[in-house]
Write a protein that binds this ligand. Structure first.
Ligand SMILES: C[S@@+](CC[C@H](N)C(=O)[O-])C[C@H]1O[C@@H](n2cnc3c(N)ncnc32)[C@H](O)[C@@H]1O
Ligand SMILES: [Zn+2]
Length: 282
C-alpha cells in the first residue's frame, strides 16, 4: 500500500487508529509490515504490498497460478469484450462513463473502488483522476493478481490494494470523495455494504455501483435469490439506498437482452437480463 493512505485507515474491529511498522518499503510504499491498532491492539499484516484484513487462504499459491493464466489470457487482450455484441459494448462504455462521472480529477481526491476483482473498471478510474485510489477485494489471490496486472499495464502508481471484506471496511468515517463498484452489486449479501460505503464517504459525496437485473421468476432470478444476491430488481436496490439514507438516487438501465454464453453461472443461457447502475449522494 502507499504510505500516504495510512491517514484514511482505521481498525475494522474498533475504528481505532493504527501504528504502522515496516520491515520492507520503498520511498512511497510499504511492501511488508504491520498495522497495530492503538485502541484494541489487534494487528494486521501488510504482505507483498497488500494490507490484509481477512484470514489468509491456505490455497494462495495454487489459486494465484490459476488466476494468473486467466488474467493474462483475458485481461491484457481484453478477451472478454470480444464476447460482447457491438450494442452490448456500446452500452458498457456508456455505463462506465456514467459511473466515472462521480470521480474527481484533482490530486487531493481519494477514491475507493470495492469488489475490484481484476480491475476492469479500475483501469478507467486510473485514467480519470490524479488523486489517490484504493482498491478493495476480499480475495487475497485476486489482490495479488490485480497488482501484477496493474504493473503490467503501467497503472499501479497511485493505487493501493487492500484485502478486506466490504462489510467491514478498514477506513475512518468520511474519507472518500467518491466510491464505486462495477458489477459489485451482483455479489451475495451486498445490502450491508451499501451502508458501509455511505459511512466512509465524505458529506455530499457520491456512491456509484452496478449489477444485473433478471426477469421476475426466471431461472436466473431464482438462482440469484437462492444465493443471497438481492439486487435483482430495481425496487430492491432503490429501497436499500433509501433505507441507508442516500439521497438524489438515480437508477439507469444500460442494456437489455438475452444472455448467450454457455456455462455461465449467472445469468443462465437464454434468460433475459439487464445491466443497471446507480448513483446516489450522501
Ligand atoms: C464480478 S467481480 C466485480 C468486477 C470488478 N469490479 C471489475 O471491475 O472487474 C466481483 C469481485 O467481488 C469480490 N467480492 C465479493 N464479495 C465481496 C465482499 N463482501 N468484500 C470484498 N470483495 C468482495 C470478489 O472477490 C470478486 O473479485
Ligand atoms: Zn481496534
Amino acid at each position: 500500500m502507499r504510505i500516504s493512505i495510512i491517514n484514511y485507515l482505521a481498525c475494522p474491529v474498533c475504528r481505532g487508529d493504527f501504528l504502522l511498522s515496516t520491515h520492507e518499503k520503498t520511498k512511497e510504499r510499504v511492501i511488508g509490515g504491520k498495522l497495530k491498532c492503538k485502541k484494541c491492539s489487534k494487528s494486521f499484516y501488510i504482505e507483498n504490498g497488500i494490507a490484509c484484513f481477512v484470514c489468509l487462504d491456505r490455497k494462495i499459491t495454487e489459486d494465484t497460478k490459476k488466476l494468473r493464466r486467466i488474467t493474462i489470457k483475458q485481461e491484457i487482450p481484453k478477451t472478454w469484450t470480444k464476447l460482447f455484441s457491438k450494442e452490448e459494448y456500446t452500452a458498457l462504455r456508456k455505463e462506465w462513463d456514467w459511473m466515472l462521472s462521480v470521480v474527481e480529477k484533482n490530486k487531493n481526491a481519494v477514491h475507493l473502488d470495492f469488489a475490484t476483482g481484476t480491475g476492469r473498471f479500475l483501469r478507467n478510474i486510473v485514467s480519470k483522476t490524479n488523486g489517490e485510489i484504493i482498491a478493495l477485494d476480499f480475495s487475497y489471490s485476486t489482490c495479488q493478481e490485480l497488482i501484477y496486472f496493474l504493473k503490467k499495464i503501467k497503472k499501479y502508481r497511485r493505487v493501493s490494494v487492500i484485502c478486506a471484506d466490504a462489510h467491514k471496511m478498514p477506513f475512518k468515517n468520511g474519507v472518500f470523495n467518491s466510491v464505486s463498484s462495477w458489477a459489485g452489486l451482483a455479489e451475495p449479501r451486498m445490502e450491508g455494504v451499501i451502508k458501509e460505503a455511505r459511512r466512509v464517504l465524505k458529506r455530499m459525496a457520491y456512491l456509484t455501483a452496478s449489477g444485473l437485473h433478471y426477469q421476475k421468476d426466471s431461472r436466473s432470478f431464482l438462482l440469484a435469490k437462492k444465493n443471497y444476491i438481492n439486487f435483482v430488481t430495481k425496487k430492491a436496490i432503490i429501497q436499500t439506498l433509501k433505507k441507508a439514507n442516500f439521497r438524489n438516487i438515480e437508477h439507469k438501465v444500460f442494456f437489455r437482452g438475452k444472455w448467450n454464453e454457455k456455462e455461465s453461472y449467472l445469468p443462465i443461457l437464454g434468460d433475459s437480463y439487464s445491466t443497471f447502475a446507480i448513483r446516489a449522494q450522501k
